[in-house]
Design a protein around this ligand. Structure first.
Ligand SMILES: [Zn+2]
Ligand SMILES: [Zn+2]
Ligand SMILES: [Zn+2]
Length: 198
């Protein structure tokens, strides 16, 4: 049985995010020399993938664009050439760092992964925003408990309300209110304050 010993490999540069897809054949990985694969962006050209041959396996090291580490894999040569498509993954995040197979398939898979990563980054931003709101509300509660929130009318009967845009403190005695925007900068300022006078 004659097999075609050539494939494409695809990887994402941790330094410049360029996607490189290139053809490799059996001879690229033969002999004692280490095959080194650079970022295809000529302005960057970092060496991101190294493959060396040892007995029936390839030792592959990949600079990970997700966690920043260099991951090492030992892959049986037969598995490398025989599988139509497979992905070596970051042990920390589970995302693919080296895509091996047909050129077109690699591009589709990398594009899908990047979409997923963008969505996760969005989620992360939302959870960061929420966590500072939780922190701010805790802080206000502490201040209220320790009697550090008061009103210029002399009242200490302060109510707290929160909606999407503002945390509102108001005095139940005289009705005066103070609004604090729920954006990152305002909340960070709030966390530094130890007394509030309405
Ligand atoms: Zn690069
Ligand atoms: Zn990683
Ligand atoms: Zn008041």
């Amino acid at each position: 049985m004659i097999k075609e010993f050539k494939k494409s490999i695809g990887y994402i540069c941790p330094y410049c995010s360029t996607i490189t897809v290139r053809d490799v054949n059996l001879f690229d990985f033969s002999g004692s020399a280490v095959a080194e694969f650079l970022c295809s962006n000529s302005m960057c050209a970092h060496q991101n993938v190294r493959v060396s041959s040892k007995k029936d396996k390839y030792a592959i090291s990949v600079n990970c664009p997700i966690c920043g580490e260099t991951h090492l894999y030992n892959i049986r040569k037969i598995a490398f050439w025989h599988n139509d498509f497979f992905v070596l993954r970051c042990s920390e995040s589970g995302f693919g760092v080296l895509f091996i197979g047909a050129d077109e398939k690699i591009k589709v898979e990398i594009a899908e992964q990047e979409k997923l990563i963008n969505e996760l980054e969005e989620d992360f931003k939302v959870s960061e925003e929420l966590s500072i709101i939780f922190e701010a509300v805790e802080h206000i509660n502490e201040l209220a408990k320790s009697g550090s929130i008061s009103c210029s009318c002399g009242g200490r009967n302060i109510a707290i309300e929160i909606d999407n845009d503002f945390i509102t403190l108001f005095c139940r005695d005289c009705g005066i209110e103070r609004k604090i925007k729920t954006d990152k900068a305002s909340l960070e300022d709030l966390l530094k304050i130890s007394t509030i006078v309405l």
